[in-house]
Design a protein around this ligand. Structure first.
Ligand SMILES: N=C(N)NCCC[C@H](NC(=O)CCC(=O)O)C(=O)O
Length: 447
């Protein structure tokens, strides 16, 4: 298969904690106020990146954002020295400070939507930063995400960058977590599948009632337009509102694609048969076979899918033509889910290997293996144009582990966030990280 899918993982930031900020994400709500371990979280992520790099997959690293986000606090009228701003914000509302200190930028599946050059009319890889406007703590990510992506994929000849869509609910956009691509070779045309939870312009009667639908059709349409996609190779599907109400806050909690395979739960989509048929027809026009793997509710319930995150997996193509599924430890711990995955592995189908990773620190905030990565399908020239220090290697792994050991605490709770020493630690760490990753001044405090 020519071209490759590079996975860029978000490095967990030093303020990682459990704040219960994401209504609709049941893990986030359930673990509010639990004690977090940022050092362990960062190391669990690095181990996954290194293991996949060692298996021969192209693996990149995206840095965390600066938190607490002093500039938002200042925009909200908290003045004085940095120390005073933190103290006043904490006194006003510990929850506000917590929101502006979340390490949520680690879940880079929500950083942007990415379209490979083979699908875009101008032959460039397109990135649209996600506005994440459904959650206050995530809506502040867009500006730094944009700086990071532009520094990592900096050659204009190959990469086109679009700013986030306007920050309004009608244009709610959560990035690649609601986007899949079916293809043959990664650098040849494929079919892009956008999944949305509600329309955005009009209120329909088929919307979730309990939890919010974060992605709108209006936003997905805009991205397809910005990325210059061909409608003959684009599909828009509504996510099942019942799934959203069961805790499937992003589509990547209920489906994942790779190559010509779509691994998904039977209750993932509205009017599933019609949607799958459209994908099949559009792929057939490219002379590609579509291989859906549909998991029935009778084998894995929606609730078990949300609890174990088996669909929040990475489906990766191996050199032997078979695929490997990267799942979180929680999927192995569940007898029924593990039995299903073992049978899938032994079925003679496209997936013949399951790899398990302990990502518990991230999982407790609702972020599994797929949430932590941003897929970027690249041809050889494009891969060569990526900022080289952003790619995982033996030396980067060693440097980053040492960096984490030097700068990260092993205990973090909301009450720690007003400590001015923490802000100093964060800035010192991030300044050093931009050197390790060769990214230049991407943070406002560096300018
Ligand atoms: N499925 C994908 N692609 N990403 C997972 C994102 C998890 C993230 N959790 C949080 O932001 C919780 C933060 C807290 O509660 O402390 C979210 O809900 O947006």
């Amino acid at each position: 298969m020519s071209g490759c899918e590079a996975n860029f993982d978000g490095l967990v930031g030093p303020t990682h904690h459990y704040a219960g900020l994401s209504f609709g994400n049941e893990a986030s709500t359930k673990n509010q106020n639990a004690v977090a371990n940022p050092r362990l979280a960062a190391k669990q992520g690095l181990l996954k990146m290194k293991a996949l790099a060692d298996l021969g997959f192209a693996q990149g690293i995206l840095p965390p954002h600066e938190r607490p986000h002093l500039s938002t606090l200042r925009k909200m009228g908290f003045g004085g020295s940095d120390r005073e701003v933190l103290t006043k914000a904490q006194a006003y509302s510990p929850r506000l400070l917590s929101s502006l200190s979340s390490a949520s930028s680690m879940w880079v599946a929500n950083a942007a939507t990415v379209s490979p050059s083979a699908d875009s009319a101008d032959g460039r890889v397109h990135f649209t930063v996600a506005n994440l406007n459904n959650k206050f703590h995530r809506a502040i990510e867009a500006e730094t995400t944009s700086a990071i992506l532009r520094a990592t994929f900096h050659a204009d000849k190959y990469f086109a960058h679009h700013d986030a869509l306007p920050q309004v609910a009608a244009l709610g956009d959560e990035g690649a977590a609601n986007h899949n691509r079916l293809c043959g070779a990664y650098d040849k045309p494929g079919v892009q599948v956008f999944v949305y939870g509600r329309d955005g312009l009009v209120t329909g009667d088929n919307e979730p009632v309990r939890y919010p639908a974060r992605q709108t059709r209006l936003a997905s349409d805009a991205i397809a337009r910005l990325h210059q996609l061909d409608e003959k190779r684009t599909v828009f599907i509504q996510q099942n509102p019942h799934a959203i109400d069961s805790g499937v806050f992003h589509n990547d909690v209920i489906s994942v694609s790779n190559g010509n395979v779509l691994f998904h739960h039977e209750q993932a989509f509205v009017n599933s048969a019609k949607a799958l048929d459209e994908i099949r027809r559009k792929m057939a026009a490219l002379e590609l076979d579509f291989q859906p793997i549909e998991v029935p509710q009778s084998k894995v319930s929606l609730d078990d899918a949300v609890a174990t995150y088996l669909f929040n997996s990475q489906l990766l193509s191996k050199t032997d033509g078979k695929m490997m599924l990267v799942v979180p430890e929680e999927s192995r711990q569940h007898i029924g889910v593990w039995a299903y995955l073992s049978a899938l592995r032994d079925s003679g189908g496209p997936v013949d290997q399951i790899e398990v990773f302990d990502l518990r620190e991230s999982m407790r905030n609702g972020g599994g293996p797929a949430c932590l990565r941003l897929r970027v399908a690249l041809n050889r020239n494009e891969l060569n144009a990526v900022n080289v220090a952003s790619l995982m290697s033996d030396s980067q792994f060693t440097r980053l582990n040492t960096w984490v050991d030097t700068h990260y605490r092993d205990r973090m709770q909301a009450k720690d966030l007003a400590d001015p020493q923490l802000l100093t630690e964060v800035r010192t760490a991030l300044d050093e990280l931009t050197n390790i990753l060769g990214l230049g001044a991407i943070y406002p405090f560096q300018r």
